[in-house]
Design a protein around this ligand. Structure first.
Ligand code: BDR
Ligand code: CA
Length: 311
């Protein structure tokens, strides 16, 4: 059973990842959920995490608020994808649950220092601002982290917010640069994987047909979320990004990739936020990440549906 911290900016696909983690207590223990600014501003991402905990009846899990803005750049949001609340789609009550008074950065540092070395996995579903800030404040935590599994980046698939950059890395490339140089074992779920995971009508219907309130709310979120991508990509449903991180912890065999060197572009105006993946090993630079490229899409959605039915 993995002890994890989820750092997230919900986002309907973040919400699906959170639900998947909460539905999988045999494999995953969620130590805490940290909010970061991204898809929408911090107050809303924090609210959306708390809505998900209430929807799934798991209000004993603590929520922490982290950074309101990226390390260097001005904030960038994605209401055009996720709606003005970040969780548009279903009608859900405002949460009663409150965030902890401790901030996410100190929670991350204290937890990694307190738990036995090599036992805490960081799961990041948004920009890497909170993690980079924790690493800057407490460099001693890096060698204690078991693994950091992130949704972010793209290589053969290109970017989704600029031609070169994926949203999570683009929002805070300077933070990503710190994380990719940290020495923490990284597993990267890029657009090359997530663009193969389309929320087709049949897949969303299978989730809705579970019939519980959380499952129906999730189906409504996925239907809202996919509108943007169907219009944009003309595909049969939108790509489902963030649950890949949690699915990897439960069933790593769903994914296939390579150990590669990855560096983050932080200087160029044209390609800032690009994940430069040395897939063909042309540089001789040491691998710092396991970069996934392929996924068993039907197996992934079967896992999601089976787990959502447990909530
Ligand atoms: C990533 O950007 C966000 O909009 C999604 O939640 C996901 O984490 C995809 O590029
Ligand atoms: Ca996200």
């Amino acid at each position: 059973r993995r002890k994890i911290i989820i750092d997230t900016d919900p986002g309907q696909d973040d919400a699906a990842a959170i639900m998947l983690a909460l539905a999988s207590p045999d494999e995953i223990e969620v130590l805490g959920l940290c909010a970061v600014a991204g898809n929408v501003p911090l107050k809303l991402t924090s609210r959306n995490i708390r809505i998900m905990l209430e929807l799934c009846n798991r209000t004993e899990i603590p929520v922490y608020e982290g950074c309101e803005r990226p390390l260097v750049r001005a904030p960038i949001t994605a209401e055009h994808v996720h709606g003005s609340t970040g969780l548009d789609g279903p009608t859900l009550p405002e949460p009663v649950l409150e965030a902890q008074s401790q901030n996410a950065i100190d929670f991350i540092i204290e937890t990694i220092r307190r738990e036995p070395e090599g036992t805490v996995t960081l799961c990041t579903l948004g920009a890497l601002t909170n993690i980079a800030t924790a690493l800057q404040k407490a460099p001693d935590i890096a060698p204690r982290v078991k693994e950091l599994v992130l949704m972010g980046g793209g290589f053969f698939e290109g970017g989704n917010i600029t031609p070169a950059a994926e949203f999570n890395i683009y929002v805070d490339p300077h933070a990503a640069d710190i994380v990719f140089r940290s020495g923490i074992p990284l597993v990267m779920m890029p657009l090359d994987v997530t663009h193969k995971l389309l929320t087709t009508k049949a897949r969303v219907a299978a989730i809705r047909d579970i019939g519980t309130r959380p499952a129906i709310a999730m189906a409504e979120m996925l239907e809202f979320f996919e509108r943007f991508d169907v219009e944009k990509y003309g595909s049969d449903g939108g790509p489902l990004h963030d649950p890949t991180v949690i699915a990897y912890l439960i069933k790593p065999d769903l994914f296939d990739g390579r150990d590669c060197n990855v560096e983050i572009e932080v200087n160029s105006e044209l390609t800032i936020g690009m994940t430069v993946v040395d897939w063909w090993k042309v540089t001789g630079r040491e691998p710092n990440a396991r970069v996934m490229r392929d996924v068993d899409a039907d197996g992934f959605f079967a896992l999601l549906t089976e787990r959502f039915a447990r909530i």
